[in-house]
Design a protein around this ligand. Structure first.
Ligand SMILES: *Cc1c(COP(=O)(O)O)cnc(C)c1O
Length: 463
């Protein structure tokens, strides 16, 4: 399987190169040259299989012959053995024809674990073959850092540096990073905002000398392996409610659009999906794109679903590329214009294509809080604020056909204050994470200055 850039200016590469590079050299995002296909019989055959077997089948379709099937199967087995639920992604019925898929049973209690656990094993395997050690740098607004630290700690061929804004993430989120004991993990509390952290990461990636010296890599959701790993639970959950003999709809709490785009990927691979609702909080760039045809950045507003406080949904470029019939010239024009002007109009034909599958909806802070309470009252399920965005969003989009599956992206105990305030009930940390508060923390505090962080990254990589 070869991977091409949405901007058309980079040569096609294999799976390993696409994964280790993350972003294509021309600034585009990698997509497979053709979508692998599963027949209805193959999809039907996923029913009742262990999660890691379906994961190996789906990810294997993208890896082609670059990773031996038995090696990939073993990686998937290990990755999903870290989850504290035997079903890995269990489904809970909440109403007739309505289900919640719990994606938060991984080690850091957020859906990012689903992809990050397998990504870490892919990196270790692919780098090990080349005798390479990479440094992974990530800025986190909360969940990505914890998932990355949990996945990459102790791996031989990877060092990971997580930058988080001091005092601006929850204690539980911080402790998932700072209590890791392994020497290949470095956590930095930056005296600034998440935007400062991200700007510093950009600066460091732009420093070619440092980038080469420490073999820098990134693991945010532009990495295609993350998308491939996220397509897996669309298959397992849809099959559990009747696919492929019945079409299924999904409602997805969305920020960077990686999770919802993975649904598009599953659809293109043969899974009958009727509709995917991209539900956003007040940061509604995606909702406006699908409903009004204008993809336009706004001011980031802080909300109680912070993992979705994003005003540029990187994976939207992949869908745009598909909707523009894979016209790389048009995609380049559009996203260069978005980069400079902060807004583009989606051409009518492309918008019509997107709306064959997608709807967008945005949800206010009030609606999030009310939905946490009403879901508890009506179903006994305590949901986190991100999941509540999707549950509330589903209620606002008329005519979504049954059955519909809401993706639940975080454990409520990751956001104890907001959940307790909305529900009048305190969520409990699952057993594995319960001693988090007692474990010693280890992190460095640095000013929000690129020079200081660069020095840290260089020293950490060389240690
Ligand atoms: C990252 C995240 C999301 C958003 O997922 P995208 O792929 O960025 O759209 C939603 N909920 C939680 C809890 C997350 O951590």
């Amino acid at each position: 399987m070869r991977y091409i850039s949405t901007r058309g200016g980079s040569p096609a590469v294999g799976f390993a190169d696409a994964v280790l590079a993350g972003l294509a050299p021309d600034g585009g995002l990698y997509v497979p040259e053709a979508w692998p296909q599963f027949s209805a019989d193959e999809i039907r055959g996923f029913l009742g299989r262990p999660y890691h077997e379906v994961a190996a089948a789906v990810i294997g379709a993208f890896a082609g012959d670059e990773i031996p099937r038995d090696v990939l199967l073993e990686m998937c087995r290990e990755a999903y053995a870290t989850f504290n639920h035997a079903a890995v992604v269990p489904l809970v019925q909440v109403a007739p024809g309505a289900f919640i898929a719990e994606l938060f049973h991984g080690p850091s209690l957020a859906f990012k674990d689903v992809a990050m656990q397998i990504l870490a094993r892919l990196y270790d395997h692919l780098l090990g073959q080349e005798g390479r050690v990479q440094t992974i740098l990530c800025a986190t607004s909360g969940d990505t850092g914890g998932a990355a630290v949990e996945a990459f700690r102790g791996r031989k061929n990877v060092k990971v540096v997580a930058l988080f804004p001091q005092g601006r993430i929850s204690e539980v989120q911080r402790r998932f990073m700072t209590t890791a004991e392994e020497a290949n993990v470095g956590c930095v509390a930056v005296a600034g905002t998440f935007d400062d952290c991200q700007a510093i990461v950009k600066d460091i990636f732009a420093d070619q000398a440092l980038r080469q010296a420490v073999d820098l890599s990134g693991v945010n959701s532009i990495n295609f392996a993350r998308i491939a790993a996220q397509a897996v639970y669309y298959f397992t959950t849809a099959v559990a409610v009747g696919a492929p003999d019945r079409a299924v709809s999904f409602c997805v709490p969305s920020g960077n659009f990686g999770d919802a785009f993975a649904g598009y990927v599953a659809h293109r691979m043969g899974l009958p999906i009727q509709r995917i609702i991209a539900a956003t909080n007040a940061n509604d760039i995606l909702a406006r794109a699908f409903e009004e045809g204008r993809y336009a950045r706004g001011q980031v507003q802080p909300t109680i679903s912070p993992a979705m406080d994003i005003q540029a949904a990187s994976n939207f470029e992949r869908l745009y590329f598909e909707a523009a019939r894979r016209d790389a010239v048009e995609t380049t024009r559009a996203f260069q214009a978005f980069g400079s002007a902060g807004a583009i109009d989606v051409p009518p034909q492309a918008l019509a294509y997107m709306r064959e599958l997608f709807r967008g909806v945005s949800v206010s802070e009030d609606e999030i809080r009310r939905t946490i309470l009403s879901t508890l009252n009506e179903t006994g399920e305590l949901i986190d604020p991100h999941t509540a965005v999707a549950v509330a969003g589903l209620g606002k989009v008329a005519g979504t056909p049954d059955p519909v599956i809401v993706l639940s992206t975080a454990h409520p105990a990751k956001f104890p204050e907001d959940v307790t305030e909305a529900a009048g009930l305190a969520p409990e940390l699952p057993r594995g994470a319960a001693n988090l508060a007692a474990r010693p923390e280890r992190f460095d505090a640095l000013p929000a200055e690129a020079t200081a962080i660069k020095a840290y990254v260089r020293a950490f990589a060389e240690a």
